[in-house]
Design a protein around this ligand. Structure first.
Ligand code: ZN
Length: 362
């Protein structure tokens, strides 16, 4: 006998009349919630032990899965075992959600909807999204690198972002610093950034610090964060950040751009002493200012910090979620003109003044 298929609305109405709604999806499919007051019994379990869910063969059972296919198969299996009153919900939980019917969810509706594409990834899921929500990031620089990093980290749901920059928005920034707008020229960059980031994701807490990172404030700025992201445009700040990250045992996600090229890496010498390099292992001495002009002097292709910044944001998210293979110990060089990525192995330098036996700095 053919299985009766009913709409989600009919299922809800039958449920109110005492029918038993059974969600036959696997537990890892519940990230977006389950139909309100449904029993959750994965299909294989329901088919092998239906009496555990419904001892009486006359019980009205409404089965629902993700799209309506598995529930139909399960309904057939139950009917073959003597259950006389079984129906499958057409379109499954997708149709249930689309119809706006009540759901049981671990988190509020804004959270579930905003992060739904993360929640669907088994490697992220609700646990991963909650890790992102609890994460605290120090982003140094609200310019070319800081713009894409902060935008995407805020969108991804990082709970707390401390943004440090002492500069004001200039028209020449707008070619690449997409956090800012024409109307905010002359405003502090961190104030402009707060407006953009809050408009994108009001759940994220932004701590805007209009200051330059110095030896006096660097420890306080990073004491209560999990990860530091370097979007600085000068060498003294990079060394300050690297040395402080080694002292505090925080991973440093490094990025730099120059004309048509960029580089990015993760330095984790503070937590993995002797195994991971620090920034000073790579650059023991600051280059001569004439050899290392900044963007204002040398120029930079506007899209370049976008690409490098998004790799930095990706690495930060991977570190928080504990996913994949980090750039720790690898330097990625990007050449936009050749459109090539080159990878260089980085090893800690035992004589490094930042993290090795050369003695701690600062
Ligand atoms: Zn080092």
């Amino acid at each position: 006998m053919a299985i009766r298929e009913i709409s989600p609305q009919q299922a809800l109405a039958r449920q109110a009349q005492g029918a038993r709604l059974v969600d036959v999806r696997e537990a890892d499919e519940h990230a977006l919630g389950t139909p309100a007051q449904a029993l959750c019994v994965p299909r294989a379990q329901l088919e092998s032990d239906p009496a555990g869910t419904a001892p009486d063969h006359d019980t009205e059972l409404l089965l629902i899965c993700a799209g309506g296919v598995r529930s139909l198969g399960a309904a057939q299996a139950l009917q073959a075992q003597g259950y006389r009153n079984v129906a499958s919900v057409a379109g499954g939980y997708q149709a249930w959600l689309a119809a706006g019917l009540p759901v049981d969810a671990r988190r509020d509706a804004d959270f579930m909807e905003r992060y739904s594409r993360h929640l669907r990834l088994p490697q992220v899921g609700i646990e991963g999204q909650e890790k992102l929500e609890q994460a605290r990031i120090l982003m140094v620089g609200a310019g070319g690198l800081g713009s894409p990093v902060a935008f995407y980290l805020a969108a991804a749901g990082i709970g707390f972002i401390r943004l440090v920059d002492d500069d004001v928005v200039d028209r020449s920034n707008l070619q690449r610093q997409v956090l800012h707008t024409e109307a905010r020229i002359g405003q502090p960059k961190v104030a402009s950034a707060v407006q953009s980031l809050s408009a994108l994701n009001p759940r994220v807490r932004i701590d805007a610090v209009q200051a330059r990172v110095t030896a006096d404030n660097v420890d306080a700025l990073m004491a209560d964060v999990d990860i530091v992201i370097d979007g600085a445009d000068n060498f003294p700040t990079r060394y300050l950040l690297s040395d402080a990250c080694v002292r505090h045992g925080k991973p440093l996600v490094y990025g730099a751009v120059h004309r048509f090229e960029g580089q990015v890496s993760v330095f984790d010498a503070g937590r993995r002493r002797g195994e991971s390099p620090c920034y000073r292992c790579l650059f023991p001495e600051p280059p001569d200012a004439r050899d290392a002009p900044n963007c204002a002097e040398a120029g930079v292709l506007g899209v370049l910090p976008g690409i490098i910044g998004l790799i930095q944001a990706t690495e930060a998210i991977k570190l928080i979620l504990g996913l994949g293979e980090s750039l720790d110990g690898r330097l990625l060089n990007f050449d936009a003109l050749a459109m090539r990525l080159r990878e260089t192995r980085l090893r800690p330098d035992p004589q490094c003044p930042g993290c090795g036996n050369g003695g701690p700095v600062g």
